[in-house]
Design a protein around this ligand. Structure first.
Ligand code: DGT
Ligand code: CA
Ligand code: CA
Ligand code: ZN
Length: 657
């Protein structure tokens, strides 16, 4: 008999039921993981930067370069680490740190010092020599420490805005080695940097947006609240967040908005509009409109700007005028639409277009009113909730946080999934304690036993008991209880044996085919050697796709949004090979990957390449990521038919190689 024991040390087993709350909760958690890794890699980069800034003090140049690079390499490794460096240290001490490639004795002891004391003495000493805002300059493309050093020796430049000011005033030109051209280049770089820095990851700000939405909804005199702009379009990064509110008392709404505790600064405030800066650095726009303009304002502020401009042009060519207050007839000056967004599209001769598709990428041309092609497409468009199973799930056999049983339990009871594939890392990814051949076979055997007990009705029984106790404690409503225990057939869940097999430098896998063929489904991914040239990297992926055991290529481009571009890949070629070999490409829903990205999803579909949307969960809360992957898939115009894990498990398995 199998009994699920939710380990008393794991604090997050009690999951909230609302999707948004789930995302909130996961956010807090994964934020902590990320924070620790980023904090440490940041400080290593700063050390490297300061060492170089300090360069004329160290007379041994070669030694210095070596030292610099060592810190950068270590920081890179930590950024790419699939687990929290602090838990790695807690579990395995300094030896755990030493297992990370490129981290030797000196750096590991500095990391240890940081984890223990929150400080690195070596860094403090370096920093005290230079009274600059190091954070401003590290990672700033094109303005390295050498350039900065000559500048700060001559001018009182301490921060990036000081540098920007000096460049604008032409003060850099004239310092040795800085030509007029170079000064212009520096200014351009700073401007680009300022733009790039302003974009936030959708997943990072999602909980806050939902929180503000709720706050506004609860205000008196407010009937509708919608987060619009790029957020409504589910763009992977968000510049600022826009709220649209329907109220007959805009004054009151605006005052409540600018007085929220999250507000750092009021940037502007008018009768129907406000613009604020939030504590996390995100800017936020609010527009309050009367009910009769809601549809037009919704359309306008959802964007994209390009989509909006194309719509206005379309209106003009029909002797109409479109703005945020409504659609007007030019001749009579009468408003012909404004309250309903759907009606507004119809009056423009179009079918309603889902926000994720509003990028002026051909949607307006196809969405002609009554178009059968469009209606079919929209009927088949992937919906939030269409995903039946998750094909990338990690367990604590490697770098996941919970057991297979727990991952299965929460997938079933909280996220309504019908199947999951357990895709632990394989042996060459030593840092994640990847599984070897025997461990994979043992795990597959264990999964078989779990599936048997799911079928015989013994697997989830004890879980239910556990769940009931929780329910009582939380005074859950009857309705909710019914939802948890209700009509869901708990015997109808399947755990698939699988692996996230590591693709080696030459495209071969670290586990032989005769072992992989014993698993239900196999995913393969690149985790190392990112800096090979495009043809080498593409061949690596092609070889993996041509491997008859590989069903899915996970996170195919390896990018981390706002962090790294991923390895270079010839995408069209990959698509052709994927099609030829019947290899599935993954849409990894982790909000910092969203890999494939929207354009590539669309390209895959046009090439008839099959896709799946996975969460890449390392904790049950991460199943909430699926929301972001589905959003990305919709932005790539994906239909249910394009996404194989919308199928029941038996049908999915039939579609594999
Ligand atoms: P973001 O904030 O950079 O992630 O992107 P959006 O799309 O949220 O852009 P934002 O916040 O500047 O403006 C929100 C929407 O307002 C935008 O999607 C479309 C509309 N909008 C803003 N500026 C213009 C404009 O100059 N022309 C038109 N037609 N629409 C605009
Ligand atoms: Ca925006
Ligand atoms: Ca805005
Ligand atoms: Zn991976």
């Amino acid at each position: 008999m199998l009994v699920l024991i939710v380990s008393p040390t794991s604090k997050n087993t009690q999951l909230p039921k609302q999707n948004d709350e789930k995302i909130n909760e996961y956010q807090r958690m994964s934020y902590n993981v990320k924070l620790a890794n980023v904090e440490i890699s940041d400080i290593l980069r700063k050390i490297s930067f300061l060492l170089e800034l300090d360069n004329d003090i160290d007379n041994n140049k070669t030694n210095l370069n070596f030292k610099n690079r060592a810190y950068i390499k270590a920081a890179d490794q930590i950024d790419n680490l699939p687990l929290s460096i602090t838990s790695l240290y807690e579990e395995r001490g300094i030896n755990g740190l030493l297992q990370i490639p490129s981290i030797g004795k000196a750096i590991s002891s500095k990391i240890e010092e940081y984890i223990k004391t929150g400080k690195i003495e070596y860094y403090e000493i370096l920093k005290s020599k230079y009274p600059i805002k190091v954070d401003d300059f590290v990672g700033l493309e094109g303005i390295g420490p050498k350039t900065l050093r000559v500048i700060i020796d001559k001018l009182p430049v301490r921060s990036l805005s000081d540098l920007e000011k000096a460049a604008r005033e032409g003060k850099l030109n004239g310092i040795s080695g800085i030509s007029k051209k170079k000064e212009e280049r520096i200014l351009k770089r700073i401007e680009l940097h300022n733009i790039g820095k302003k974009r936030h990851l959708l997943g990072d700000i999602y909980p806050l947006v939902k929180q503000i939405e709720k706050y506004l909804t609860n205000l008196e005199n407010v009937s509708i609240v919608t987060a619009v702009g790029s957020f409504r379009r589910m763009r992977e990064t968000i510049g600022d967040i826009d709220f649209l509110v329907v109220s007959d008392n805009p004054d009151k709404v605006i005052n409540s908005f600018v007085n929220m505790p999250e507000v750092k600064e009021i940037l502007s405030k008018g009768d129907t509009k406000a613009f604020i800066k939030l504590n996390n650095g995100l800017d936020s726009d609010l527009l309050v409109v009367p009910k009769e303009s809601y549809g037009a304002a919704l359309q306008y502020f959802t964007g994209s700007k390009e989509h909006g401009i194309a719509l206005r042009r379309l209106a003009q060519s029909n002797a109409l005028r479109l703005n945020e207050w409504g659609l007007f007839d030019n001749k009579s000056n009468q408003k012909i639409s404004g309250e309903s967004e759907e009606q507004l599209y119809n009056k423009l001769g179009l079918e309603w277009i889902p926000p994720e598709l509003r990028e002026n990428r051909g949607e307006i041309e196809i969405a002609k009113k009554g178009s059968k092609e469009w209606q079919e497409k929209m009927k088949g468009l992937l919906k939030y909730g269409d995903i039946k199973g998750d094909l990338q799930v990690h367990s604590n056999s490697t770098d996941g946080k919970m057991s297979i049983e727990e991952m299965a339990y929460f997938a079933r009871t909280n996220f309504d999934l019908d199947y999951i594939a357990i895709t632990d890392h394989t042996k060459s990814l030593r840092i994640a304690r990847g599984l070897d051949e025997q461990q994979l076979l043992d795990q597959a055997h264990k999964i078989q036993e779990f599936n048997d007990s799911i079928k015989s009705g013994t697997f989830f029984v004890d879980l239910n008991k556990h769940d009931e106790e929780k329910q009582v404690n939380r005074k859950t409503s009857n309705n909710e209880k019914k939802r948890i225990k209700g009509d869901r057939n708990l015997g109808d869940f399947r755990i698939l044996s699988s692996a996230e097999v590591n693709i080696l430098s030459d495209g071969s896998l670290d586990i032989p085919n005769n072992i992989l063929d014993k698993l239900d489904i196999v995913g393969a991914a690149i985790h190392t050697n990112f800096s090979q040239p495009i043809d080498v990297q593409t061949n690596r992926l092609i070889k993996a796709a041509q491997n008859p055991s590989v069903d899915i290529v996970f996170h195919p481009t390896g990018r981390i949004i706002n962090k790294r571009d991923g390895y270079p890949v010839d995408i069209p070629k990959l698509m052709t090979i994927a099609k030829e070999t019947n290899t599935i490409l993954e849409i990894d829903s982790h909000y910092n990957r969203l890999d494939l990205r929207d354009e590539y999803i669309r390209m895959a579909i046009q090439n008839d390449v099959k896709l799946v949307v996975d969460s890449d969960a390392h904790h049950p809360l991460h199943y909430a990521f699926l929301e972001f992957g589905i959003g990305q898939a919709r932005r790539g115009w994906a239909g249910r038919n394009d996404i194989l894990n919308t199928l029941p498990v038996s049908e999915l398995l039939k579609k594999l190689k």
